[in-house]
Design a protein around this ligand. Structure first.
Ligand code: ADP
Length: 602
């Protein structure tokens, strides 16, 4: 498909495509696509000598092995990645590479993509990978944008795209408020299924900012949503996993034949093994149970703005006790005005044509023209329950927030329909949206990578991280987009760095900035909760207590479970024995090079 055809084609919808948009968001998605393609100048790449063969296997042997896999699974279920790389966009994302790459786009690239149709076929693929010593990389939806998208860590891996054919909702249980899903079920699709059964008023899903991700993919990468069920990993119950040597296990109560509580009690008996299958490379999750939230009998979204950057300190001190005691009930966001401005969806050049970060006077002047008015921080929250209960909580919150001079409660009735507030409101009541995408238009060919450290909910920590982030962004001439997502006893600071992925100089600056952020934050005691492929080794390296004891443990597990090192080598900084000591780790020194020097021979 040519670039022009790609720009013109309509957005795929559910249920026709498992990764499609629900029709209630179709118009919005069409507009989003238009905005994204308007700002795109990056040409489609030309490629040669394909596919990219992973290290450790000769080209001929590899092509023969692929032919063998085709004969096992059917020609149509394997695609060789030998065409120009198409970046697409959120709703038509590629499964071949990282469409938001910060490196050369040929670094994190797959050699082929295989589409299993069942757990048995996943086992077959795993057996095949062991036989030929080919690295494989599982994805569910592949929309992990900002963290590597669908891309494998090792160049030339065979991507196992589980979502395309394994996308059934196996169970929805309105009595226990649970469901059981396959990898290709998106938050959009789960919401649509509840609607179809007339259950969307009965029970809510917890969706991330954008609803196109896989419920399983997001949960195993420990993503968050914004209802009181926001910690997805904590809210899942039961996994089915194909191990790297091909055995299948069910965790928790799933191990008891004929059990009736797989989705109700996550632990079962014995060691709680689920943890090793999140942010790891120890297994391929083929089924997962998820809990759903009972409709709380009412809700009311609210929003406050705070005038000065320094107000963050007092605000966090106010938030902590309210959040821990559940007066503030959901994973709420405290966003900086720079990001709020970017969320309008306009390019940065609309506000400022100079280089370096947009000056704060310019940001404040532009913010003053928006429905929210000028501010430095915005708090987006939601109160749940019947009106008398909400009224009690909202009165307490109001009294506390207004202790900050200049705090303003924004009356939602004054906000237009397409104001960002309403997207937050929908997400906080379990209705997936696509609004969040808009700030990517800040740069032409807009791409993003997040720096996401964990911090206590404390004024001095918030200010320290804010100052650290601001200083490093200024040093690199990059706009600073901080947003604090407040969990129960900690918060994640999410800083999205937006860059033009067709501009090598901008990419190098963004990467330098990210590397400094990770190192300097770690020196102050802050570690990332999740990260992009390019930063995984560095971030894993910051968790180094007791001479790297945790990584040594992870490596022992890896070698025991995956002796041939075929499953997602290097993911989360965990390298199998075959790769260790050969320079595969990506660090500041290794620059833009993602490959090491060979692998141990079989
Ligand atoms: P989403 O589309 O939900 O954002 P992805 O499918 O891209 O998520 O998954 C995020 C990451 O989690 C992937 O890069 C992969 O490493 C890992 N992952 C996803 N699905 C599975 C799975 N079913 N089993 C094991 N790991 C997975």
């Amino acid at each position: 498909m040519s670039f022009a055809e790609e720009a013109k084609s309509d957005v795929p919808t559910l249920p026709g495509t498992h990764s499609g948009i629900p029709t209630y968001l179709l118009e919005k998605a069409r507009k989003a696509k238009e905005g994204i393609f308007e700002g795109r100048t990056k040409p489609q790449n030309e490629r040669q000598k394909l596919p990219v063969v992973p290290q450790g296997i000769e080209r001929d042997e590899f092509l023969k092995a692929l032919a063998e896999l085709k004969s096992q699974l059917g020609d149509e279920h394997i695609e060789i990645n030998d065409k120009p790389l198409r970046d697409g966009w959120y709703m038509e994302h590629p499964n071949t590479h990282d469409s938001m790459t910060i490196l050369d786009e040929e670094e994190f690239v797959a050699s082929a993509i295989v589409y299993p149709g069942s757990t048995e076929e996943v086992q077959q693929i795993v057996h095949w990978a062991n036989k030929h010593r080919v690295p494989i990389f599982p994805i569910s939806m592949g929309r992990n944008l900002g963290y590597g998208g669908a891309a494998p860590r090792v160049r030339g891996s065979v991507t196992v795209d589980l979502g395309k054919r394994m996308n059934k909702i196996l169970d929805i249980n309105p009595e226990d408020y649970t469901c059981l899903v396959e990898p290709g079920v998106s938050f959009y699709a789960l919401y649509e299924a509840l609607k179809e059964k007339g259950l969307e008023e009965h029970m809510w899903i917890d969706t991330p900012d954008l609803g196109g991700g896989s419920v399983i993919g997001n949960t195993v990468d420990r993503g968050v949503g914004y209802t009181p069920y926001g910690d997805h990993w904590a809210m899942h119950s039961g996994l089915e996993v194909v191990l790297p040597m091909g055995e299948v296990i069910r965790t928790g109560m799933g191990a008891l034949p004929g059990n009736n509580t797989w989705q109700a009690f996550p632990y079962g008996f014995g060691p709680y093994s689920d943890g090793i299958f999140s942010q790891s490379n120890y297994g391929i999750v083929t089924k997962m149970g998820m809990t759903l939230m009972p409709n709380p009998g009412g809700y009311e979204a609210f929003m406050y703005t705070f005038a000065k950057d320094e107000d963050l300190e007092q605000l966090m001190e106010i938030i902590r006790p309210l959040r821990i005691s559940n007066i503030l009930e959901n994973v709420a966001q405290v966003r900086h005005v720079t990001q709020s401005l970017a969320a309008i969806g306009q390019p940065r050049t609309r506000f400022y044509s100079g280089t370096g970060p947009v000056p704060q006077e310019v940001i404040h002047a532009a913010a003053a023209q928006t429905p929210l008015g000028d501010h430095s921080w915005a708090y987006y929250g939601m109160a749940y329950g019947p009106s008398h209960i909400r009224a009690h909580k909202l009165a307490l919150i109001d009294q506390e927030f207004k202790r900050i001079p200049g705090a303003r409660r924004i009356d939602p009735a004054t906000l237009p329909e397409d104001e960002y507030f309403w997207a937050r409101e929908r997400v906080a009541r379990g209705v997936p949206d696509i609004h969040e995408l808009r700030w990517v238009n800040w740069a032409p060919n807009g791409a993003h990578i997040a720096f996401s450290p964990v911090s206590p909910i404390r004024g001095r920590d918030a200010m320290k991280l804010f100052a650290l982030g601001k200083r490093i962004h200024e040093q690199y001439g990059i706009d600073f987009f901080p947003a604090f997502c407040v969990g129960l006893r900690e918060m994640h600071l999410i800083v999205e760095i937006v860059f033009d992925r067709a501009d090598a100089e901008q990419k190098a600056r963004a990467l330098g900035c990210l590397r400094d952020l990770v190192d300097q934050a770690a020196r102050e005691g802050y570690g990332e909760y999740r990260t992009h492929l390019v930063l995984m080794d560095q971030v894993a390296g910051t968790y180094s207590w007791n001479d790297g004891a945790l990584m040594k443990f992870n490596e022992r597990l890896k070698d025991a479970l995956d002796p041939n090192g075929i499953l997602a080598p290097g993911r989360c900084g965990i390298w199998p024995k075959r790769y260790r000591g050969r320079g595969w780790e990506m660090t500041r020194e290794s620059g833009g090079q993602s490959e090491g020097d060979g692998v141990e021979s079989a």
